[in-house]
Design a binder for this molecule. Sequence first.
Ligand code: G3P
Length: 217
Amino acid sequence: MQFFIDTAHIDEIRELNDLGLIDGVTTNPSLILKSGRSIIEVIQEICSLIPGPVSAEVAATDYQSMIREANHLAKISENVCIKLPLTFDGLRACKHLTSIGKKTNLTLCFTANQALLAAKAGATFISPFIGRLDDISLNGIQLIRDIRTILQNYNFQTKILAASIRTTNHVKEVALIGADVATMPAFVLKQLIQHPLTEKGIDIFRSDWRKTGQIIG
Ligand code: G3P
């Protein structure tokens, strides 16, 4: 399973990348706004740090403008993955970009049928938003399960990129289902390692080791 980090903050990306835990990055217009920087500048900097896919989202809503923006973003680096909204224009743009060898990520997916359309358009990634479904009392995890089954039924190559992840439990659940990628905020990724018994165990072992008076090596 691959881990992407869902941020446009370079410091967060650098920190987790140094730990060897990042396979890619996802951004969106809200994350670019939070960074306070220009999209071109941020995506350029992220691509210079991360060799894996870096999703950069188009702002346009009509096909021609999406293609124009996508061409602009794709020029930044080979690893740019064009993020497109799940609309008919977005699907059409996805089909075209796929045919010329560009990576695509179809975003704002809230139903299994939307994922099926994205797979038919040849999307590299489909991004179902788990947290936003949970926010309105629907079942985001069940959506991942349904999409996994549908993609497997027809041997589609589109990868499931579980997005809008809010908790460590989301990560565990999507891993159990077999999502190809989980994209998450830095704080969720950092929480994955935490357990009080691990911390307590380290303290006990350190204290007992000091009592042995030994040194290794
Ligand atoms: O990048 C898309 C997605 O991960 C957004 O998450 O928390 O804004 O619903 P969120």
